[in-house]
Design a protein around this ligand. Sequence first.
Ligand code: BGC
Length: 736
Amino acid sequence: MDTTMNAAPAYDFTAIDSEIEARVDDLLTRMTLEEKVGQMNQVSPNWDAREELEAAIRSGQVGSVLNVWEVAKINEMQRIAVEESRLGIPLIVGTDVIHGYRTIFPIPLAESCTWDPDLLEQAARAAADEAAAGGTDWIFAPMVDVARDPRWGRIAEGAGEDPFLGRALAVARVRGFQATDLAGGKRIVACPKHYVAYGLAEGGKDYNTVDLSERALRDVYLPPFKAALDAGAGSIMSSFNEIAGVPASANAFILRQILRDEWDWPGVVLSDYDAIGELIQHGVAADHKEAALKAVLAGEDIDMMSQAFPDHLADLVREGKVPEALVDEAVRRVLRLKFMLGIFENPYTDPALQADVLLQPAYRELALRVAQKSAVLLKNEGSLLPLAPETKVALIGPLVDDQPELLGSWACDGKPEEVETVLAGFKALLGPKAALTVVKGCAIEGRDGADDDPELDIEGAVKAARAADVAVLVLGESAMMSGEAHSRAYLGLPGKQQALLEAVVATGKPVVVVVIAGRPLVLGWMAQHVPAILMAWQGGIRSGRAVADILYGEVNPSGRLTASFPRTEGQIPVYYAHKSTGRPVNERGVIQFNRAHKVKYLDESDLPLYGFGYGLTYTTFEYADLAVETPEVPIDGIVTVSVTVRNTGERAGDEVVQLYVQDLIGEVTRPVRELKGFCKISLQPGESRRVTLNVPASELGFHGLAMSYIVEPGEFKIWVGPNAYEGLEGRFVLEA
Ligand code: BGC
């Protein structure tokens, strides 16, 4: 997983420097207990109580702040900390830069569909550059939670269902955020979150209970975090959820045993927003004081916003319940981070930086490139797409010209007025004389639920479709239907959009649907009745232009899904790397009462509608001549396979060549397929390329019976192909 090509080096915030340690030692000896606790307190500044805020900073009760956008305010807070507090310790400014700071990129789930770590490293670096110019030191991202439940609104923020791809993209994003060439010479530290297994919330409801085996934790949910920390991330954010009965904020197993004892990681652990206080609602602490006690003993270094640490930690130390050495350890990590960030030397941000850095043409261009590459063509029957420029198009739907919704749920400092909608993209591409009719047709969601929609105009939409050659519908979710605390039980088109779609399809005109959403939707009817579907996600400020470029063939779509699209909500969770079970669906099953008893639904397929790795282009690729170059591989060796990929169509295009394995017999059960390699290639029409992929045998292990990571000798199947369900098959043996 080499993501270092063509990129500025990244800071390693995990490298201990003896000079910094000496400065930390010196400061620690001079700090009062209250000042130490202050470093463990993070607040969202309340500007309505400005005097109180300033007094808290002046007296050293605040160590860091979050989500402040104005440079003047940041500098003023910093001035009070540096010039007016007793020890002059600067604040760290943390911000949720989830997919861009001002230049808003596609949501991370969309970005992951590029399967392009280098591109995402550039996008993360651009976001960090803008954030640095805005005074940010600390980015609360990447979100590296593996997510297999599209009901969960935060699936939007991550890299989808797979830990291997998740690792590669986590590394890329950390490297981008922590790049060494950011505006004003500033440094930024990344904060992989939410540690851990947050994406496994029961029923897909945000914050809900998580209960999983330690094996699944270690094999599926931890690896992207480990990869992010190995890439030099200097902080981590613990999650809201409980794990097997112990909320993350009070979970010494994940915060101390795994992070410190097993991984020997020296960075800062930050709680999520109010999560320490929420130990009370979880029912493991009677009050804030007990919550503070449990959290600090478990290994939280910073309390984001619950006030439990600032209100109670000093007392807990004085009462002998918390050893001061534990507080010192936490404060050491915070101070070390501050020294590494360079904010003792350069606490201020030059307000003039933003003018040149934000929304610079290169970043707008990069946002366009990422949007173009993250859209996934789900269907294109009869090559309806691309459209010819002279086609008379009816542009229909509530998302045709809606700027805010394309920003997604974490828009940071993004401005709706800077978003190019699909309509704007069409106009920019086709010019003012474009043969377009535009009808909104309905709202995204009706008022009071779907039933009352004052914008309903299905007749207008039908009329426009009839008068056009092709109807292009832009349908889907609003930005706030996904993201934090926004889970859905129904994943179809909201409001009257399905009715609108069915009415337009009934005209018999060719229909293209562009889907804008923050998650995989349930698109069964659409997949049956609509010839062309483009999944455009929430594509950021250049979204509309990217859609136009793809629909008119300026750009050949190349995105591949990273999260499965279920056929129905009842299939969830549906993901490719499931286990075989004792009665696999593809085998005969056990016949009892004349029925094959096996793992399946009576009334639905076990396959997703569109699976992991899937995506079409305007050309076709053929795979041939798979050669397992290493049919026998030493246990510390490397598996090498080659395959020929040919562009058999008439356009240049990009293919994501994917390698999957199955460990046939293990001491514990193994998934039916696991991604273990991929590469993205561009091929001209008729061009073919021999692609070689290497998998170190060390990648083929898992946590065995003794719960340690083992690589077992034995036979493996291997597939190389275009997605998790197709591909040429081979075999190899790992030798003892
Ligand atoms: C979210 C985090 C975010 C934090 C600060 C929380 O509610 O879960 O992802 O970083 O707020 O805004």
